[in-house]
Ligand binder design. Structure first.
Ligand SMILES: Nc1ncnc2c1ncn2[C@@H]1O[C@H](COP(=O)(O)OP(=O)(O)OP(=O)(O)O)[C@@H](O)[C@H]1O
Length: 176
């Protein structure tokens, strides 16, 4: 049986980061992708912060699995990370690339669904600016258009959403 890696995907503000963090406290290994951007605050969750030189080294050794350039910064995950983690928060474009390059891993996509007005309220509460919220909503609409997922989980009741995702992982891992 192939190793399964669970991909959490969602529009901005739907709660994928919060869910991933919570799953980590329950013993799941969550992939922290690398970035050359500066941390926004001390101990920022979700990334491994590295230098441009370190990025070049990973690249020259052929260790990069998924890559994107955002506002002049490199964002990437390594092959080693894919084989040693359970959960990866990744956008739909990133996963297309991974599926093509990594045939010996099965990627199970879990889409976290929340309506637009709730996402806007959560982003406002989180402190995002109106401009940022509007730009995220527009970009996400394009990124997620016509995309298909293995599972869809609504996230209005946080504990329920986490329980369902844990159930999905458990039953998928039990499959032969
Ligand atoms: N079920 C929920 N009920 C209420 N608030 C929630 C729920 N799930 C997450 N949140 C809150 O909503 C906000 C957005 O969640 P989070 O940052 O995890 O979203 P995200 O999908 O990772 O967004 P982004 O892609 O912009 O980082 C956070 O402040 C989080 O605490």
């Amino acid at each position: 049986m192939k190793k399964k890696l669970y991909i959490l995907m969602a529009y901005s503000g739907a709660g994928k980061t919060e869910i991933a963090k919570h799953l980590e406290t329950k013993g799941y290994n969550v992939l922290q992708s690398y970035t050359t951007r500066q941390p926004r605050y001390e101990n920022e969750y979700g990334h491994m912060f590295c230098t441009a030189e370190e990025y070049e080294e990973f690249k020259s050794k052929g260790e990069i699995a998924a890559y994107s350039l955002i506002e002049g910064n490199h964002y990437f995950s390594t092959k080693n990370q894919l084989y040693n983690t359970d959960i990866y928060v990744c956008d739909p474009d990133g996963i297309v690339d991974l599926k093509q390059k990594t045939k010996d891993i099965e990627f199970i996509t879990i889409y976290i669904k929340v309506d637009k007005s709730t996402r806007i309220k959560r982003m406002q509460k989180r402190g995002d600016s109106v401009d940022k919220i509007l730009s995220r909503i527009t970009q996400d609409g394009i990124k997620f258009r016509d995309k298909k997922f293995d599972y869809k989980v609504v996230n209005y009741d946080f504990d329920k959403a986490v329980k369902i995702i844990e159930f999905i992982i458990k039953t998928e891992n039990e499959e032969v």
